[in-house]
Ligand binder design. Structure first.
Ligand code: GLN
Length: 229
């Protein structure tokens, strides 16, 4: 699926900018969760709203009810894992991911969704080993215009203490983009991973692509339905 470039200006202040969902009945708008424990969740929420969906900040298990998709932002994966355990989110996230809820993990969010033996504990929702800080330290952060398979023109990708992905089973995981030799955009079933930060530019194509997959996915069971309380 090709997604047309749709650049908007993100110069206004604040994380809860006006929604572009005007003209869409609230009942028709997708509710997309954004894990809001730490990190870059305000900008993801804003990108979701600019795409016309409703962004719900997720901090506790009840916030996961009735979502059509979930974004795990960049930030610090060790903090995510510690806080997700503390607030009782870790296992519900895993159950929803296994149940097929569309999830987008960017950078630290991708670390959490993938696999890896090192701290922190991972959700292990797809066959990708994710090595933290694999490009080096903060000073080794960089950005690059890269070709991503779903898009017709290059995407400006910002890498901040980014991880590297190693696909463990390419019958399960599709590589949709590379930077140099490194896969940077992967899809495995309902899970999309980026090692870069799509929320840091005004290019909404990646969020639009994710929301499209949320719209076409079958509505999922809620956490309450998948667990016995
Ligand atoms: N290096 C961070 C971590 O290990 C991820 C950085 C990011 O999300 N930009 O979690």
């Amino acid at each position: 699926m090709k997604v047309a470039p749709d650049r908007v200006t993100m110069s206004s202040s604040g994380a809860s900018g006006a929604s572009s969902g005007a003209g869409v009945e609230p009942s028709e708008r997708l509710v997309i969760g954004v894990l809001a424990l730490q990190g870059s969740y305000p900008l993801h929420s804003r990108a979701v709203e600019r795409c016309g969906a409703i962004a719900r900040r997720v901090r506790k298990p009840a916030d996961l009810e009735e979502l059509r998709g979930l974004i795990l932002p960049g930030g610090e994966s060790t903090a995510f894992a510690i806080l997700a355990h503390k607030y009782g989110l870790f296992e519900p996230l895993r159950e929803l991911g296994r149940g097929g809820l569309p999830m987008l993990g960017t950078c630290a969010g991708a670390i959490l969704l993938g696999r890896g033996d090192e701290f922190p504990a991972r959700l292990g929702l797809l066959a990708v080993d994710v090595e933290r800080n694999a490009y080096g330290r903060q000073l080794d952060s960089f950005s690059a215009d890269i070709d991503l398979e779903p898009f017709d023109s290059p995407f400006h990708a910002v890498f901040i203490r980014a991880p590297k992905f190693r696909v463990l089973d390419d019958s399960e995981v599709e590589t949709l983009g590379v930077c140099g030799d490194d896969p940077v955009l992967l899809r495995g079933g309902n899970i999309l991973l980026t090692s870069f930060h799509p929320e840091l530019t005004d290019d909404l194509r990646l969020h639009q692509m994710f929301l499209e997959s949320c719209r076409s996915a079958r509505p999922r069971k809620s956490v309450a339905q998948t667990r016995t309380r």
